[in-house]
Write a protein that binds this ligand. Structure first.
Ligand code: NAG
Ligand code: NAG
Ligand code: ZN
Length: 667
């Protein structure tokens, strides 16, 4: 094995130069002064307990970091990290990171000289473990810098993970399937903190890289990431004719069951797809599924402190003592009242002849009110993806509510206020309620919806009237049909109830997504075969059109029966088709349209109105009100982010000594 890499000697000489500038005299050798550099350090037994499983037994001080004695090394922050890193990373990358660190703190010593660990081994560990560090928001430790403290093979080096290799060789098969636990075991029915939630989603993305992708839709008021995960056989892309579905949880920060169910759902989709569940594979192969487990992570943080705070520690005090703590966002805005109230606009115009209930523009005055960053992010998201179907998860009752949420009479609080798509909404809400284990049975229900609901579903306004809700906005502003699922009376139930909640909802969560394939879908083209974006698909008798997406593709959720469908676009003659949808259709009926150009001067050319409304529809925060309002707060956020330390920080400051700011990502 090649010996004594040059850089170590240079380092040792530098250290000596600093610590003993004057040459020392040996009293036993009269008249002779010996420069220290000749007092060559010797190999010593490796006795640091967290490094004792290294494949060698001799080390040397000063070590590669220049720590002069075993004691120095033992009391260093670097060694402290070695001792806790396995548990900080939750057992991931164990013992790789620790052994890598030991090779720097207690380097191998042979024939009284230090050997350096190999760069290639360091790089392999870095690649494998970088993600685990990111997930706990810890920077890659400076002393594991592969370029600085490790050397290439040609300089002579040793493999710090030697000894581990043999064990791994025996278990090669196991490394093929990342964490060894089986698919079923990957669901842990516990609460996930915000960072645990993000880590769970990223783990699902890692495990199911072919079908999953996480992405951020924005940040909360306090700067927390609004992280969504997407499942599709082609993640990151809209595929023509593939419907897009979304699930949103935890809009009210204290309503936490939906948030947990959506985390489990992401894990479930991943593991079931991989284990070959045909139903899940078909769903993922034919649908693009987006899951946002928490729309209000700031509120959740507050709700957790409310639920676990001292004042609620007493068993006698019911948990709902913390009712509503954390419901709103960090600006104390109720997010389910913060969307543009388009329902009032529709009500005020309902007697006009050409009145429609779709693609209503956001009125300019909306932007002069307070718009929460969470609302803003979700609106942009809803506008940018051609969603077809959505559910929004709450708690406090056990029922599915469907639009409208706002009463059509301002003074009537419990007035049935249906949309033109009432049949479709009843069908969709019913699919969830009926496949839920208990929701549609009368005994199981709870809360104030009981008086007005039927078999677990209720019209939102008939239950209680709400302006600025998210489901009305989805329906009136986009092609998306959204319902609100109330998962149970207890907003923050004990952890033991989470498995039961999953059990009750699992089938409903899957069946509802499958409902995106009800009705009809198709592509609108012109006679030359060019797709037409923004074409209107109208259904006779329903004053609510859907529009075609980028690829000319459209989806129209419809109940079974006979429907007359019209496709139209400015400059084209309208085309009409009749379709019969039998009950229990498993996939959407395909109905394509080819539109002929309209002769000049015909009615279809008088499309200025639709051009005008298209321009109005495109207006989103036209005066930059929102941007102006949050610009300053973003500055505040980055300052907060820097001062807000991750949970593991206390490990390091409690022992005194210099604070290892090099472990902070945002320092
Ligand atoms: C889903 O797609 C994958 C990849 O194309 C394919 O291997 C799998 O058989 C498909 N599964 C089903 C049930 O269609
Ligand atoms: C940002 O911080 C400054 C000073 O603390 C404060 O005056 C300002 O209102 C903050 N901005 C926002 C939007 O919170
Ligand atoms: Zn709610």
């Amino acid at each position: 094995m090649p010996l004594v890499p040059v850089p170590v000697l240079v380092l040792l000489q530098m250290l000596v130069g600093v610590s003993g500038a004057l040459p020392q005299c040996d009293p036993r050798v009269r008249g002779m002064c010996k420069p220290t550099v000749e007092e060559k350090p010797k190999c010593a037994d490796l006795v640091l307990s967290y490094c004792e499983d290294m494949a060698y037994s001799q080390t040397m001080f000063p070590n590669i970091l220049g720590q002069k004695t075993r004691k120095d090394a033992e009391s260093s922050v670097e060694y402290l990290l070695v001792s806790v890193v396995d548990s900080l990373l939750g057992g991931r990358c164990n013992p790789d990171v620790r052994m890598l660190a030991c090779s720097v703190l207690t380097p191998r010593c042979e024939r009284n000289s230090v050997l350096r660990p190999c760069q290639s081994a360091c790089e392999a560990v870095h690649k494998k473990c970088r993600r685990a560090f990111e997930e706990i928001q810890m920077a890659w430790p400076y002393f594991l810098d592969c370029d600085r403290f490790f050397v290439g093979d040609e300089e002579g080096c040793y493999d710090p993970l030697e000894g581990l290799r043999e064990q791994e060789d025996e278990a090669v098969a196991a490394t093929e399937v990342p964490p060894p636990e089986g698919p079923a075991a990957s669901l842990q029915f516990t609460y996930h903190s915000n960072s645990e939630m993000i880590s769970a989603l990223k783990t699902a993305e890692d495990r199911c890289a072919d079908i999953a992708r996480t992405y951020s839709i924005g940040r909360s008021m306090e700067g927390r990431e609004l992280l969504a995960i997407e499942f599709s056989n082609n993640p990151g892309e809209h595929e023509p004719l593939e419907p897009e579905v979304k699930y949103v949880g935890n809009m009210h920060g204290d309503e936490v069951v939906g948030r947990q169910l959506l985390i489990y759902l992401a894990q479930y989709l991943c593991s079931e797809y991989q284990s070959g569940n045909e139903r899940i594979q078909t769903l993922v192969n034919t649908t693009r599924i987006h899951i946002l487990p928490s729309m209000n992570p700031d509120g959740y943080e507050l709700a957790v402190s409310g639920a676990n705070g001292d004042s609620y520690g007493d068993e006698e005090v019911p948990r709902y003592g913390s009712w509503n703590v954390g419901r709103n966002n960090a600006q104390n805005i109720d997010l389910n009242r913060n969307f543009p109230d388009l329902t009032s606009i529709v009500y005020s115009r309902r007697r006009q002849r050409s009145f429609h209930t779709d693609h209503i523009p956001i009125p300019d005055n909306y932007w002069f009110g307070k718009v929460a960053p969470e609302t803003y992010a979700v609106m942009k998201w809803i506008r940018s993806v051609p969603f077809v179907l959505s559910a929004n998860f709450h708690s406090g009752d056990l029922v599915v509510s469907y639009p409208y949420d706002l009463s059509k009479h301002p003074l009537e609080q419990n007035m049935f206020s249906p949309t033109p798509d009432d049949k479709v909404f009843k069908l969709l809400a019913g699919i969830y309620a009926n496949t839920h284990k208990t929701m549609s049975s009368d005994e199981a229900r709870c809360g104030s919806s009981r008086a007005n609901s039927q078999k677990g579903i209720v019209n939102g306004a008939q239950w209680y009237s709400v302006a600025g809700g998210m489901q009305d906005f989805n329906y009136l502003h986009t092609n998306c049909f959204e319902v609100t699922v109330e998962l149970g009376c207890d907003k923050f139930p004990p952890e033991e109830d989470l498995f039961g909640a999953w059990h009750d909802n699992q089938e409903a969560l899957i069946a509802f997504m499958e409902a995106a394939h009800r009705g009809i879908k198709g592509i609108v083209k012109d006679e030359e075969g060019n797709v037409i974006k923004g074409a209107r698909i109208s259904v006779r008798g329903i004053r609510h059109d859907v529009t075609s997406a980028e690829n000319g593709d459209y989806w129209r959720l419809l109940p079974p029966g006979i429907h007359i469908i019209t496709a139209s676009a400015p400059g084209y003659a309208r085309a009409i088709k009749k379709v019969r949808l039998p009950p229990r259709m498993q996939t959407a009926g395909r109905l394509d349209f080819v539109l002929r150009e309209a002769p000049p001067g015909s009615d279809e050319h008088k499309g200025e109105n639709s051009f005008l409304s298209a321009a109005a529809y495109e207006r989103f925060d036209p005066y930059n009100q929102y941007a102006r309002y949050t610009m300053t707060s973003e500055l505040n956020q980055s300052r907060e982010e820097r001062s807000e330390k991750p949970w593991w920080w206390n490990y390091f400051v409690s022992v005194g000594g210099p604070a290892p700011t090099w472990l902070l990502k945002h320092y």
